[in-house]
Write a protein that binds this ligand. Structure first.
Ligand SMILES: NC(=O)c1ccc[n+]([C@@H]2O[C@H](COP(=O)([O-])OP(=O)(O)OC[C@H]3O[C@@H](n4cnc5c(N)ncnc54)[C@H](OP(=O)(O)O)[C@@H]3O)[C@@H](O)[C@H]2O)c1
Length: 264
């Protein structure tokens, strides 16, 4: 299938690893010029070189910016070229007891997970509307509806994204711009792989045993009963970025392995 994405420019936040990097790869494969982002200049350079080597026909670049620092975000906004596709992917979480969480934990996650997309969309959406084409995606989480008791603050930030995304979609009425929310379930990013390795070592089990017990004891509602591959999430994101997905706007698209249930 030709997704008709050649010649577009995408900016993906938090994209030197995990779902963000897999999405960058998938978009580059479709002929999209990709701008990567992370806090770490070294990691960013390495990711740009790796992707450019793999996809010499498109332009790969990167901008370092820490989304927990508003001054770095303001500097980034001044540097960004015209963007056709904005993927608000960056997300951090603090797991632990609600009663022991600090105000700082809540504000930091809100700043990175929510304000990143708020600030970028405010800067980029007007131009998308002016040229009558654009794609904005907010990467949420199954936690927005599952709200695990040890991740209430993270879940709050993801639920907030749904409202921002739907509100911005309404601003696009009558145009060829779309704004949607993607809901991944438990996904095997480098962070998740590290979690499995650490748990396996701690419990004297194999990684496969830890993964199995995560789904039989923790994420019991998952129909997939395994971690999704980052590519499985990235492919859905890539399709939603394409002109082929023009009729999907203001929607919540699940790639959660069935974990959040419901019939809509
Ligand atoms: N993995 C899952 O199971 C899962 C499930 C549901 C939803 N999600 C959501 O999907 C998105 C991607 O998750 P992921 O697991 O793929 O992420 P990840 O592997 O943790 O990706 C981390 C990326 O974000 C960058 N980053 C971290 N903090 C940053 C900051 N403050 N400013 C700029 N960049 C920053 C990292 O680079 P540096 O460290 O170099 O800055 C790296 O490029 C997130 O929004 C997450 O909440 C993930």
């Amino acid at each position: 299938m030709n997704l008709k994405l050649q010649g577009k420019t995408a900016f993906i936040t938090g994209s030197t690893a995990g779902i963000g990097f897999a999405t960058a790869k998938s978009l580059a494969q479709e002929g999209v010029d990709v701008i990567l982002n992370s806090r770490t200049t070294m990691k960013l350079k390495a990711a740009v070189v790796k992707l450019q080597h793999e996809f010499p026909a498109v332009s790969i670049s990167g901008f370092a910016a820490d989304f927990s620092k508003s001054n770095e975000v303001q500097a980034l906004l001044k540097k960004l070229p015209e963007i056709d596709i904005l993927i608000n992917n960056v997300g951090i979480y603090a797991a632990g007891s609600y009663f022991e969480s600090s105000d700082e934990d809540w504000y930091r996650q809100f700043e990175v997970n929510v304000m990143s997309g708020v600030r970028l969309s405010k800067s980029i959406l007007p131009n998308m509307l002016a040229k009558n084409w654009g794609r904005i995606l907010f990467i949420s989480s199954e936690c927005a509806t599952l709200v695990p008791t040890d991740m209430i603050s993270y879940s709050m930030t993801k639920a907030a994204l749904h409202a921002v995304s739907r509100g911005l979609a309404q601003v696009t009425k009558g145009s060829e711009v779309t704004v949607n929310t993607v809901v991944p379930g438990s996904t095997l990013s480098e962070g998740a792989e590290q979690f499995l390795k650490t748990e396996a070592k701690k419990k004297g089990k194999t990684i496969a045993q830890v993964e199995e017990s995560f789904f039989t004891e923790v994420r019991t509602s998952s129909l997939l009963q395994r971690f999704a591959k980052v590519e499985e999430v990235a492919h859905t994101i890539t399709y939603l970025c394409s002109p082929l997905a023009a009729a999907t706007n203001g929607s919540v698209i699940k790639v959660d392995g069935g974990s959040t249930g419901g019939i809509v």
